[in-house]
Design a protein around this ligand. Sequence first.
Ligand code: GYE
Length: 313
Amino acid sequence: MSVAACGGGGSTTAGTSGGGDSTITMGFSQVGAESGWRTANTKSVQDAAKKAGIELKFSDAQQKQENQIKAIRSYIQQKVDIIAFSPVVESGWDTVLKEAQNAKIPVILTDRAVDSKDTSLYKTFLGSDFVEEGKKAGQWLVEEYKDSTDPVNIVELQGTTGSAPANDRKAGFAEVIAAESKFKIVASQTGDFTRAKGKEVMEAFLKAQPDIDVLYAHNDDMGLGAIEAIEGAGKVPGKDIKIITVDAVKDGMQALADGKINYIVECSPLLGPQLMDLAKKVVKGEQVPPRVVTEETTFTQEQAKQVLSTRQY
Ligand code: GYE
């Protein structure tokens, strides 16, 4: 059956899937549909699977870890060739990952990390460096206020509690702004990466905090919800309250070009093609790097105006 032992060499394949790439079945457990980023990510994964001839079994966990664990267990039962998933939170995965390992089904983490000590439980982790993203957000702020000695009051909308991007974007930002005592995070709460929650929590911040200078939102969607809250309170987003977000999805970029957001740190959701390449290699028994970091940039208001029309997502 096997299509020549081209390249790679010397690998001991599991034997069942040597008949070419079209036979690969991937079970993919997605976080949910909480944001524009997630929608673009789902589409990227589905399109790339089709293009790569990989049969995709897809499930949406609605931001619940228990649903992801159920989906992974069902993929193990169905004896898929490979499991990929984007873990909603970082902890609590060891048991189910061990089950996959015992069933000899390789696992790839995409987008978000787990905190398992045993890194043999997954083959590779493909996704962004969220600490770096948080640092970039902080660096813009430091630069923006470099000539001011007045206190700068910051409110923070965190992503889903316990998720890698929430933990890391918070940590990277905090590390950079800690260098100057004028920066104060006066309130920080989760908005669960959604627009509705971002709006709700920002409304509460505006009621409780008389003097907010800056909003740092861990994604565009929460920032966009917060803009509605700020406008509802009679303030001008981007001017009365400066806004930094992460992702750079189209709606976020539009708000940036319109002057309502001041700066966006990009986080690319287009992980599908790389994921399928890695999956093929892993199923063939080839070596893959343990960590594949997504390349990304940052956008000012001027830069957003220039690239908006060609933005894919
Ligand atoms: O930034 C946010 C989404 O895990 C990188 O999840 C992803 C984050 C993204 O809901 O919009």
